[in-house]
Design a protein around this ligand. Structure first.
Ligand SMILES: *Cc1c(COP(=O)(O)O)cnc(C)c1O
Length: 724
C-alpha cells in the first residue's frame, strides 16, 4: 500500500541524543499531551512562543547552543526518555480500546470527510467550530484505536487573520503558509514522485496533490491544487476556506467529494464506512456510485450499496445556511458526469432537488440525506429542527418520524483541559481516568478534590490569561500603527482578580454578541461596582464577506472603547485555537446568547466546563441537555418564540437579572476564613462532574460507533460473506 511510503522528512540535523524530536514534530500527538509540548518549550520558551507553537519551525530555528544545553541536562534527558516511552507505547499499541472491544471489526476502515480540520493553531486548515469538531473527532479516533482515515484540504492561505481598525471595522489579511514550515508531509507514489489524482472541471483536468498530517495513529489526507502543472486560477482553488464565489465553492466541493474518493483509492485505502461531516463532501456519493457502475452494477444496486455505507451529519439549523447550488452551476459542472451515472439531467438533479421560493436548487445536504442510511443532527433540539426542516424529503411521514436522529457533540478532553488540571485530576480521579473519560462514576471523584487546590489552579489560570493578554497587546503595540484606545480595548486594564466573563465565537447575527450590550447603562452599573468588578472579554471573527457580522463586531468594539466601562469590556483580535484555549481555561463564566433554536450544538462551553468555568447560556444546542439547575445558569426560558424582538428583549432582561442578582453575588459572597468562595466552588465541581463525561468526544464517538459505524461495518461484512 502506497501509504507505507509516507515518511515525514527529517532534515533538521539534530544531535543524535534528541533527534526523535523531529519525529514528534510530525505527529500531532503532542498537541493533546501538554507534557510532550514541554519537550520543545523547555529548550527555548521564548522561541516556542514566537513560532506560535509550531514544532517544525521551532526545530529549524532553535540555536545549537540551546540543544547542547539540554543534552547536558540530566533532568531534560530523563523527561525526554519518559515522553518517548509514552509516545512509543501509544503509537505501537496493538491492544487498543477498539481492538479489545470489537476484535472482529478491526479491518473495517472508516473514511471521515470534512471541509476543515481544527487540530492546532499552527495548521491553517480550519475556520471555526465545525473544524474543531473534526479535529477532535480524529484525535479521539486515534485514542480509541478506530481504523479511520480522514480527508480534507491543505489550504495555502487558510481562513484569514483578523485585524480591527480603530473604528471597529474587521479587516481580513491572508498569509501564505508554506507546507515545509508545517507538520505536513508529501505523499509519494511508487516512483517516489508526488502522489496525485485528477478531477475534471469544465474544459480541463485539475491535478490534486496529496499530503498527510499524522494525528496520533490516524492519517489525515489533504488535497492541494497548488501544483505547477495547473493553470494559475486552478492553483488558487484550494488557497482559502469558505469563499462566497459559487464557482469556487462548487469546484472545491467537487475536489473534496470526487477527488477525495480518488485520493483514497490512489493510496490503497478501502473504507467500508463513509462519514460526511456536513454536506460539503456529498459529491462523494456520486463518485462511489460511478465506481460501482464501472464494475458492472446497475444504478439501483450501486445506490443501495452506497446508501448502506454512508453516514451524514448535518450541522445547520438555518435553511439559508445550507449548502446549495443554482441549477445553472450544476449544468456547467456536471453535464459530462451524469451520463457516466446513466442518468438524465432531471434524474440527476432529482437526487438533490430542493424547491425554494424562487425555484429549484441542488442541495448538498439533501443529496447526502437521500444517499445515507446513517443521518444525524448534533443535539437533541437540533434533531427536532432538522426533522422539521427536511420533512419534505419524506413527505408521507409525520415530522417526528423523519429518519434523522441526533448525536450531541462533545470535545476532546486532552486537547482542551489545562495541564495543571490534568495533573490535579490525575491525583484525585485516578491515574488512568483519561482512559475512562466518558464514565460518570470516575467523575464523581471530583468531589474529593480539596476546594483550596481547585481554587488555586483556577486563580492561576485566570492570572495566566490576563498576563497573556497583556503580552500580546504589548507585542501588537510595539509593531506600530495602533491607537492608544485600541491598547485599552485589548485588555491592558484587565484585573486578574475580577469576575471575568468570556464571549468568544463566530460573529453571526444569531449569536447576538450584542445582547449583553443591549442596555449598556444597566451593564455599566453591573460592571463598575468598585469592590465587585465584572469584566467581559469578547473575541471572534465574522465571515469576511458578511457585512452583518462585521457590523456586529463594530458595535461591540465601539462599546468596548468607551471610557465609561473603565477598560473592563475588552475585544481581542484573531480568535483561534490558541486564544480559545486561554479563554476557556482562564475566565470564570462562559457566556453564550444564541437566538434559539439556531445553535446546532456549540462546543466552546463544553471546553470551558471541563476547566471549571461555569456556563451562562441560552437553553439551546448542547446546553439544553447539559444544564441541570446546579451546574451553571440558563438565560431565558425553555420555549420557542415566533417573535424574535420579543425573544431578544426577554432574554436580555433575564440575562441582566441573573448576572446582577445571582452570578455576581455568588462570586463575591462573603468568603470563609480561608478566603474561598465555597458555594461558587461547589457549582464548579457540579459542572465538571456532570459535563466532563457527558460532553466528552469519547462519549460522542462511541455513540457514532454503536449507532452509525458498526451497523455499516456489519452490513459490509454480510455483503462480503454473500459474495464469497
Ligand atoms: C471550540 C471552538 C469553536 C466552536 O465553539 P462554539 O461554541 O460553537 O462557538 C470555534 N472556534 C474555535 C477557535 C474553537 O476553539
Amino acid at each position: 500500500m502506497l501509504n507505507n511510503r509516507a515518511q515525514p522528512p527529517n532534515n533538521f540535523s539534530l544531535p543524535r541524543r534528541v533527534d526523535r524530536l523531529a519525529e514528534l514534530a510530525y505527529n500531532l500527538w503532542w498537541t493533546w499531551n501538554p507534557e510532550a509540548q514541554r519537550l520543545f518549550s523547555r529548550i527555548d520558551t521564548e522561541l516556542w512562543e514566537r513560532v506560535n507553537h509550531n514544532p517544525v519551525l521551532f526545530l529549524r530555528q532553535v540555536e545549537r547552543a540551546r540543544l547542547n544545553a539540554v543534552m547536558n541536562n540530566r533532568y531534560y534527558l530523563e523527561f525526554y526518555d519518559r515522553i518517548f516511552r509514552a509516545f512509543d507505547q501509544y503509537i505501537e499499541a496493538t491492544d487498543t480500546w477498539f481492538s479489545r472491544t470489537h476484535p472482529e471489526l478491526v479491518n473495517n476502515l472508516i473514511a471521515y470527510f470534512s471541509m476543515e480540520f481544527g487540530l492546532h493553531e499552527t495548521l491553517p486548515i480550519y475556520a471555526g467550530g465545525l473544524g474543531v469538531l473534526s479535529g477532535d473527532h480524529a484525535k479521539e479516533a486515534s485514542d480509541l484505536g478506530l481504523p479511520l482515515v480522514a480527508v480534507g484540504f491543505f489550504y495555502t492561505e487558510g481562513y484569514f487573520s483578523q485585524r480591527i481598525t480603530e473604528d471597529g471595522w474587521q479587516e481580513a489579511h491572508y498569509d501564505l503558509h508554506p507546507f515545509d514550515e508545517l507538520p505536513v508531509f508529501p505523499l509519494l507514489d511508487e516512483q517516489s514522485k508526488p502522489a496525485q489524482v485528477t478531477v475534471e472541471l469544465p474544459g480541463r483536468e485539475v491535478i490534486v496533490r496529496l499530503w498527510q498530517i499524522q494525528v496520533g495513529r490516524v492519517p489525515l489526507i489533504l488535497l492541494d491544487a497548488n501544483v505547477d502543472d495547473n493553470p494559475v486560477h486552478d492553483r488558487a482553488l484550494t488557497a482559502r476556506l469558505y469563499s462566497s464565489d459559487p464557482d469556487l465553492r462548487i469546484s472545491q466541493e467537487i475536489l473534496l467529494g470526487i477527488g477525495g474518493v480518488r485520493a483514497l483509492r490512489r493510496l490503497g485505502y478501502k473504507p467500508v464506512v463513509w462519514h460526511m461531516n456536513e454536506g460539503h463532501s456529498a459529491f462523494l456519493t456520486l463518485e462511489r456510485i460511478r465506481e460501482y457502475l464501472e464494475s458492472g452494477e446497475t444504478f439501483q444496486q450501486a445506490a443501495e450499496r452506497v446508501y448502506a455505507s454512508n453516514v451524514f451529519t448535518t450541522h445547520t439549523p438555518v435553511p439559508a445556511g445550507n449548502d446549495e447550488f443554482n441549477l445553472w452551476l450544476i449544468d456547467k459542472y456536471f453535464a459530462n458526469y451524469w451520463p457516466k451515472l446513466g442518468l438524465t439531467r432531471d434524474q440527476f438533479i432529482d437526487l438533490a432537488r430542493h424547491t425554494v421560493s424562487w425555484g429549484d436548487t441542488f442541495s448538498m445536504p439533501a443529496l447526502a440525506l437521500r444517499l445515507s442510511e446513517g443521518r444525524n443532527a448534533v443535539s437533541e433540539l437540533h434533531g427536532k429542527v432538522a426533522r422539521r426542516m427536511w420533512r419534505h424529503l419524506w413527505p408521507d411521514r409525520a415530522v417526528e418520524d423523519v429518519p434523522i436522529t441526533h448525536i450531541t457533540n462533545g470535545v476532546h478532553t486532552g486537547t482542551w483541559l489545562a495541564r495543571r488540571l490534568i495533573n490535579l485530576y490525575d491525583r484525585y480521579l485516578g491515574a488512568d481516568w483519561m482512559e475512562h473519560v466518558d464514565d460518570p462514576d470516575i467523575w464523581e471523584l471530583v468531589n474529593t478534590i480539596p476546594d483550596e487546590q481547585l481554587w488555586t489552579v483556577r486563580l492561576h489560570l485566570k492570572r495566566k490569561l490576563t498576563a497573556y493578554i497583556r503580552e500580546r497587546t504589548r507585542q501588537r503595540w510595539l509593531r506600530g500603527g495602533w491607537y492608544p484606545s485600541q491598547v485599552v480595548a485589548s485588555g491592558v486594564l484587565l484585573s486578574p482578580y475580577a469576575l471575568t466573563i468570556g464571549f468568544a465565537r463566530r460573529f453571526a447575527p444569531y449569536k447576538r454578541a450584542n445582547l449583553v450590550l443591549s442596555d449598556l447603562n444597566r451593564l455599566l452599573k453591573i460592571v463598575n461596582v468598585p469592590d465587585k468588578p465584572v469584566q467581559i472579554i469578547f473575541a471572534g471573527k465574522s465571515h469576511p464577506d458578511h457585512e452583518g457580522g462585521k457590523m456586529l463586531i463594530q458595535e461591540v468594539y465601539r462599546a468596548v472603547k468607551r471610557s465609561e466601562n473603565g477598560g473592563r469590556l475588552v475585544f481581542l483580535e484573531e480568535y483561534d485555537m490558541n486564544l480559545a484555549r486561554y479563554l476557556v481555561q482562564g475566565v470564570d463564566v462562559w457566556l453564550n446568547t444564541p437566538r434559539r433554536p439556531n445553535e446546532a450544538s456549540g462546543t466552546s462551553g463544553q471546553k470551558a466546563a471541563l476547566n471549571g468555568v461555569l456556563n451562562f447560556s441560552v437553553l439551546d444546542g448542547w446546553w439544553r441537555e447539559g444544564y441541570n439547575g446546579q451546574n451553571g445558569w440558563a438565560i431565558g426560558k425553555d420555549i420557542d418564540y415566533s417573535n424574535s424582538d420579543q425573544q431578544d428583549a426577554e432574554d436580555a432582561q433575564n440575562l441582566y437579572d441573573t448576572l446582577e442578582k445571582e452570578i455576581v453575588p455568588l462570586y463575591y459572597q462573603l468568603r470563609s476564613s480561608d478566603g474561598l468562595p465555597e458555594e461558587w466552588i461547589s457549582r464548579v465541581k457540579e459542572s465538571i462532574r456532570t459535563i466532563g463525561p457527558q460532553f466528552s468526544m469519547r462519549r460522542m464517538l462511541r455513540e457514532y460507533l454503536d449507532r452509525m459505524y458498526i451497523p455499516a461495518m456489519q452490513a459490509a461484512q454480510a455483503e462480503q460473506v454473500e459474495e464469497q
